[in-house]
Design a protein around this ligand. Sequence first.
Ligand SMILES: [Zn+2]
Ligand SMILES: [Zn+2]
Length: 277
Amino acid sequence: MYTPTKATSSSSGVGSPVLPSPNGKGVMRGEAVCLCALCNCGKHRCPPRPADPLKFNGSSTYRSDFLEWPACPVHGATIPHKDFERLPFNAQSTYAHDFVPHQLQAPPAPVSPPKPVATLPFRGETEAHAQYREFNVAPSDIRWEGPKPTPSKHEKLPFNATTTFRHDFQPWDVKPEPVPAMQAPKLPHIPFNGETEAHAQYRPWDLGEPNKPAPALPYHPRPDDRDFLSEANKQYTEKHLEKCPVESLPQAPTPSNQPSAWEGAHVLYNQHEHRFA
Ligand SMILES: [Zn+2]
Ligand SMILES: [Zn+2]
């Protein structure tokens, strides 16, 4: 990769002589180096210089034959309205030829419902009116007592006789039985002055101090010599990929936008000022 040295003179490079780059891949002018010389991967070149747009100074046939007409407002086209005259039809159609007139009779008049006959008042006496008797009932007697219970067939009648159980019954004079008082018997307390066999055979043992837990031993793990690497991991060799500096450059300007950045077919870039020359 070509690494330009820091120049102390003017950095624009405009007016400086155009020299071949030290690596012989491109050209340089002052601090600016073309993209061919900046590339270190061999895949980048200066973009092709776009052709300068040429002006057409001639005159075309269309332009020479063009006649300029005065502009006038355009009105909507009016469509003439035609009224088609209706002519009388003097011939006879098939429908009129085949038509047979029928004599129509007037429909019967609607039958009106019979008028209701006027009712006469009934001045006689009905049988129910003749048999009616008015009862004199006091207001206090009118009381609703609910529906009367229907007498059941198995109605219970009072039993006025004497049964055998009642006849043989003799009342006994029962007195409550006295409840005996429950009291604990009082036994005399006699002290034990003798010596038991267990007490005679007892021997005190010297247990000493209670055992203390043993101090924990320091943990010294052994170095792990197991190999967990795979064969692909052992054969892997890391390669350092150097990124081409041209990939991180912005898009090159066109000759019309920045003429100073172009030198013939090469576009120059200043790495110190990070801009196209
Ligand atoms: Zn170049
Ligand atoms: Zn490159």
